[in-house]
Write a protein that binds this ligand. Structure first.
Ligand code: 5RP
Length: 304
């Protein structure tokens, strides 16, 4: 497939071609895995690195805020904010998804009461939610035996599936299976799990999740002692020249997000800080602005 011609006069056709080109350029381009509707929605929603290199070419009009965001993406400084539905009203999930319109992904916490001491939802709810929202789903599996269950979450409509390395029997095989089925593959580390033993696995992943609280419950205090791990992980990603997203989850709020962005995180899960706000969509925008400002002055982003 060739890149877009710059001489197109009809913006809609030009834009369509660009989206295809970004998909082709993406780490999840069809040569490695299927470009699903959900992932395409992620890209269109402004999912950061999907379209970083050519973001300015998409600037065929639009709002000042949209143009600012695209410029940020072009410089690789886009921050993604993923509201965690753990803090939402489970009886009104479709409405709660709408309440965070503009979020990059919806973070879906799957807990089995074995891997963590809490029980939330499973495949059927993810299937329904995927039908009810255009926001792509980022499923975080806090469950035992993810090797068995993770592929079912891709089939249910998740655009990204995260398994815990502490629970996976064969993390490389599992990451490859998630990608082969058409989703982004992500691996999570609990606070006491170091990144260093998994350096060689990084090329198998689209995202690495560092838990900044003990998994299981929303509303906990951010663990500052995770900041050096975020920093070291970002250095490993850079050292290998990878486009792996670095997500953090737990205690993300206006008072902690800047430190995390400065340390190297670029995808932020926020539950209570978003759903506890009077205007959840505005809370998403404000967190993103804070993260992007902190990233702009961070050493890791300058070297990126
Ligand atoms: O994975 C989680 C807990 O295991 C949640 O996503 C996380 O705690 C988000 O909630 P908050 O932002 O309120 O800390």
């Amino acid at each position: 497939m060739q890149g877009p011609s710059r001489s197109r006069s009809r913006p809609s056709e030009y834009q369509t071609e660009l989206w295809e080109y970004w998909a082709w350029l993406s780490p999840c381009r069809p040569t490695r895995c299927r470009w699903t509707d959900s992932m395409a929605r992620g890209a269109r929603a402004g999912g950061g690195r999907f379209h970083t290199p050519y973001a300015p070419l998409r600037d065929l009009g639009g709002t000042a805020a949209g143009n600012h965001r695209r410029a940020w993406q072009a410089w690789g400084m886009a921050a993604q904010i993923n509201p965690s539905i753990l803090s939402a009203d489970f009886a009104r999930l479709a409405d709660e998804a709408r309440a965070v319109q503009g979020a990059d992904w919806l973070h879906v916490d799957v807990m089995d009461n074995h891997f963590v001491p809490n029980l939330t939802l499973g495949v059927p709810v993810v299937e329904s939610l995927a039908r009810a929202t255009d926001t792509p789903l980022d499923c975080h599996l806090m469950i035992e035996d993810p090797d068995r269950w993770a592929p079912q979450y891709v089939e249910a409509g998740a655009g990204s599936v995260t398994f815990h390395v502490e629970a996976a029997a064969a993390p490389v095989r599992l990451a490859r299976e998630i990608r082969a089925k058409g989703a982004r593959a992500s691996m999570a580390l609990k606070p006491a799990t170091p990144i260093e033993p998994y350096e060689d696995l990084l090329p198998e992943l689209d995202m690495l999740l560092i838990m900044t609280v003990e998994p299981g419950f929303g509303g906990q205090s951010f663990l500052d002692i995770m900041l050096p791990k975020i920093r070291r992980t970002r250095e490993l990603i850079s050292k290998h020249g990878l486009e792996v997203w670095l997500q953090i989850d737990g205690g993300v709020s206006p008072s902690t997000i800047e430190r995390c962005a400065e340390a190297g995180a670029d995808v932020f899960v926020a539950g209570s800080a978003v759903y506890g706000a009077d205007d959840p969509a505005e809370a998403v925008r404000a967190l993103r602005t804070q993260a992007e400002s902190a990233t702009a002055s961070a050493g890791w982003a300058c070297r990126h």
